[in-house]
Design a protein around this ligand. Structure first.
Ligand SMILES: Cc1cc2nc3c(=O)[nH]c(=O)nc-3n(C[C@H](O)[C@H](O)[C@H](O)COP(=O)(O)O)c2cc1C
Length: 188
């Protein structure tokens, strides 16, 4: 019986050590936040897998006024999303704040592509904190478009002291292994 217990203990320690090493390797011992905005669940699914992969905390960027189906109708020139995306200065309000942002070294920021770029609520998010000395990594989902103008319009919403990484698109059901090799390549 003692031998079985000892074997179980050793197994638990070895599994824990493997998990720890994986995070250390991928994140270079940096603490990660995975912040995301998602209206129809695709980016949420991706953000959850990413948070597990980097052993990070999840934070949902929640609009003060939720987006309705009508708001998201890109074929309607008068819909809320069309109006916001036609106005580079629009900054839709966010409900609440991430209170412990200072604890993170790396902030992954996820969103859906809207009109070949990030929704302007992501500018609101980036302008709500000081990311100086942190690494900001945008990631996105889309119907098919590449990140396009994402970096061009988002990067200026952070201070010059922010270390920026180029935005990367994934399928919502991207595998943890694919996310892990991307994160490794970021050389955090
Ligand atoms: C207003 C609006 C504009 C969009 N523009 C694009 C686009 O330019 N290119 C594209 O591939 N998909 C576009 N999409 C599709 C979304 O990027 C895609 O469905 C995304 O995965 C949704 O993410 P979510 O479920 O996290 O909200 C758009 C969707 C909306 C609502």
């Amino acid at each position: 019986m003692k031998k079985i217990l000892l074997a179980l203990c050793l197994l638990t320690i070895s599994v824990a050590a493997t998990c720890q090493t994986k995070t250390e390797n991928v994140m270079n011992n940096k603490k990660a936040l995975v912040a995301y905005f998602s209206c129809t669940g695709n980016t949420r699914q991706l953000a959850k897998t990413l948070a597990e992969t980097v052993n990070g905390d999840l934070y949902e960027i929640t609009p003060e006024q939720p987006y309705t189906e009508a708001d998201l109708n890109w074929q309607d020139k008068t819909s809320r999303s069309t109006i916001e995306m036609n106005n580079k200065a629009s900054r839709p309000a966010i409900k609440g704040k991430c209170e412990n942002m200072k604890n993170y070294d790396v902030v992954f920021v996820g969103f859906p592509i809207w009109w070949y770029q990030a929704p302007t609520i992501i500018n609101t998010f980036l302008e709500s904190y000081d990311f100086s000395g942190k690494i900001v990594v945008p990631f996105c989902t889309s119907g098919s478009s590449a990140p396009g103008n994402t970096d061009k319009y988002l990067h200026p919403s952070c201070s010059k002291e922010t270390s920026w990484r180029p935005a990367k698109r994934f399928e919502p059901n991207a595998k943890a292994s694919a996310l892990e090799s991307w994160v490794k390549g970021l050389k955090l």
